[in-house]
Design a protein. Structure first.
Lengths: 402, 302
């Protein structure tokens, strides 16, 4: 059996149909879309078509609200920096403690520049308190930026409701939707969301292409100035092959959205149930009733995530972990800490994220090896004694901490 | 994924001496709560010879933590406690054919557990004096706590200072922004202002003072180190210095290049002597090697 890829929230395989539509833009229609000759005369049409395909997936009103960027991070930076540049008198930003570093690092930086950052906490299930959010909204706030779905747990935030609240308070609203687009249906024209970021490689398009959705009429200042590309809102020669590829990927995502929410969800559910039934002392993190259909994040107590990943990898299974050691930082994932997951569990979280390329047979294979992997590592753990954790683990093993 | 050596993988996938030693008479427990590493080392020590007969580990941690624990038990089995105390974290990392800089703390944890276990056997209390911060410089594995302490202790003001004292930032330079942030923080706490264009403070000797009496070998090594640290400034003037012999507390040196015959040679030698005494904490006399023949002839006569 070939290797099993369950790390689709990290990145995805490019769909072969996407590759097919891209090839001509490397070999034939490679002209600069701005040129007037036959090497370029199909490119503008290709870009326009792609724009409409993206528009259809996210359900926005106009295709001109789509700005192609290089990635999700660029879209996020553009959105937040645009909001503060366009409203220089507003010195506050609202976000959450569980955002992607693409938002959090930028906010940390802006804090040093004198901005006040409100990082909303989450509860143990990863949920926000909307009353607290409401009390933060004021005419001092330049932008509220809240992710649509969390990359680690898959927990979905009520962004449509939050955008409406922001709008009522006269505050711009941005959502980092790189994990949500293509996995759950959305209709932006019915919301008050002003800006949205998406990333191609999370939905079977290539890496290096992203989109910033910018609601018509939203005050905007470009990040990159230069040529007239993207109507002057994002200068730089268009990545035409990738844009066309992203268009195709969006078309396919729309086609498969029901499959994602039925078949893919069924695989996720079966894996999750199988693991939690077979393996003692593990639990699923996040808001179980309000999650992406493809994601499960399971905390295995008393063992460490990187070790689990290494043994999974040896068994031909790819997943990811919120453990400190996989990222090179010393802290376990900020998302786990925000949810107040104890550290003996936070370091042992494994995220399995599915796509339409996975199968039930793969789920069964993972279920077969997972109990053995956990048992092997627990045998090495000072917190584990035979068939269960040592009595009162925190006290029984209390090392001198460095 | 990390670029682990085959040796790390070998020890991770097939750990040696996993589990607690049944009738252990020494236990060391250490860990780093933020990093999620914890290690319990159990030893069976022969009471007469103080030889480690058996060693076992229980580790909560990542691949390199488990591999470091495993290789540690292999290294120390058969050693006396005194020998084991000389095992450094570098020895552990070397046995594993290297660790990524982010993972060097795993080898540190191994060494600490060993020291804790030996202290436990001897009825002493082991004190951990090592605090760990976020990794700043990936080239030389220097963390934030270390940089902060050096900035405080040595009144550092610029990134260049930090590099001179800690090596941090001396490689790829990608961490300079982070180092500036630390400087800004510490200097603000001290009521000063960070100025990126401030002149670097005086070049430090890259060796630190030692307090215990030196053996001849240690003295020679230390003198070499100090000369090494002074060499760049001599070479900047087109000269160099070479250690020829050390007899007792007298160091015989050859001044070469532009230093040779330079009128400043005497002053330079005085400067070297001053520096040596500061670092070594004992009286050192620096004499040009040309004087050595006189000494030999005197000895021959007597």
């Amino acid at each position: 059996m070939t290797d099993i890829y369950l790390d689709n929230n990290a990145t995805t395989r490019v769909d072969p149909a996407v590759v097919d539509v891209m090839i001509p833009y490397f070999l034939e229609q490679y002209g600069n879309p701005s040129s007037i000759h036959k090497f370029a005369d199909g490119v503008a049409r290709g870009l326009k078509h792609a724009r409409q395909q993206v528009q259809a997936l996210i359900g926005c009103e106009h295709d001109s609200e789509i700005i192609f960027t290089s990635c999700g991070t660029e879209s996020n930076s553009t959105a937040i920096l645009s909001a503060i540049k366009a409203q220089p008198n507003k010195k506050e930003i609202i976000t959450t403690t569980v955002e992607h570093p693409a938002i959090l690092s930028l906010c940390d930086y802006l804090e040093k520049e004198g901005y006040t950052i409100h990082r909303m906490p989450v509860d143990k299930a990863g949920r926000l308190n909307l009353n607290a959010y409401k009390s933060l909204l004021s005419d001092q706030v330049a932008i509220a930026s809240v992710m649509w779905a969390n990359n680690e747990t898959g927990t979905i935030f009520p962004v449509a409701e939050m955008a409406a609240m922001a709008n009522a308070a006269g505050v711009m609203f941005h959502t980092d939707a790189v994990q949500a687009v293509g996995k759950i249906p959305m209709l932006l024209q019915d919301t008050k969301i002003d800006m949205l970021s998406l990333s191609g490689h999370k939905l079977h398009a290539p890496k290096g292409i992203g989109v910033l959705y910018l609601r018509r009429g939203t005050r905007y200042r470009p990040l990159l100035r230069g040529g007239h590309q993207e109507r002057g809102r994002r200068a730089g020669t268009e990545n035409s092959a990738s844009i066309v590829g992203l268009g195709k990927a969006c078309e396919l995502a729309l086609e498969y959205i029901e499959y994602e929410n039925t078949k893919v969800k069924a695989m996720r559910d079966r894996l999750e149930r199988g693991i939690t039934e077979q393996i003692p002392h593990c639990f699923v993190t996040g808001d179980l009733n309000n999650r992406l259909p493809n994601t499960t994040d399971i905390a295995f107590e008393y063992i460490e995530g990187e070790s689990i990943l290494m043994l999974l990898n040896k068994a031909g299974i790819a997943a990811s972990s919120g453990s400190a050691c996989t990222s090179g930082s010393l802290e376990p994932s900020h998302v786990m800490r925000a949810m107040d997951i104890p550290y003996t569990a936070a370091h042992g979280t494994i995220r399995f994220s599915f796509s339409r390329y996975n199968s039930m047979a793969e789920v069964d294979k993972v279920l077969k090896v997972m109990p053995g992997i956990v048992a092997t590592l627990r045998k090495l753990s000072p917190y584990w004694d035979g068939n269960g954790p040592v009595v009162d683990p925190e006290k029984a093993f209390a090392p001198a901490y460095a | 994924m990390w670029d682990y050596s085959d040796k790390v993988k070998e020890h991770f996938f097939n750990p040696k001496n996993a589990g607690a030693v049944v009738d252990a008479n020494a236990t060391g427990e250490v860990g780093s709560i933020s990093c999620g590493d914890a290690l319990r080392l159990t030893l069976k020590v022969d009471d007469d010879s103080e030889i480690i007969l058996e060693a076992g580990f229980q580790t909560f941690g990542c691949g390199s933590a488990i591999a470091s624990s495993s290789v540690l038990t292999e290294i120390i089995k058969g050693m006396t406690l005194d020998e084991a105390l000389k095992v450094t974290n570098q020895d552990i990392a070397d046995q594993l054919e290297g660790l990524p800089p982010e993972k060097m703390h795993c080898s540190v944890m191994g060494r600490e557990a060993l020291q804790a276990a030996i202290a436990n056997y001897r009825g002493e209390e082991w004190k951990d004096d090592h605090e760990e911060g976020a990794l700043i410089c990936k080239c030389f594995a220097i963390d934030a706590v270390m940089i902060e302490e050096m900035v405080w202790a040595n009144k550092l003001r610029t990134v260049e200072d930090v590099t001179n004292f800690t090596k941090a930032g001396g490689g790829c330079a990608a961490c300079h922004e982070d180092i500036e942030a630390i400087l800004e923080k510490v200097l603000t706490e001290k009521g000063e202002k960070f100025d990126p264009n401030a002149a670097p403070i005086e070049q430090p000797a890259k060796v630190t003072a030692i307090k215990t009496p030196l053996t001849n070998l240690q003295r020679i090594k230390k003198i070499e180190q100090v000369l090494e640290s002074l060499r760049p400034s001599l070479m900047a003037d087109g000269g160099d210095v070479e250690l020829v012999e050390v007899i007792g507390n007298t160091a015989y040196v050859n001044m070469t290049g532009a230093c040779n015959g330079c009128q400043m040679a005497a002053m330079t030698i005085a400067g070297i002597q001053q520096r040596l005494m500061e670092v070594m904490g004992e009286f050192i006399k620096v004499v040009p090697a040309t004087e050595m023949s006189k000494l030999v002839s005197i000895e021959a006569v007597s």
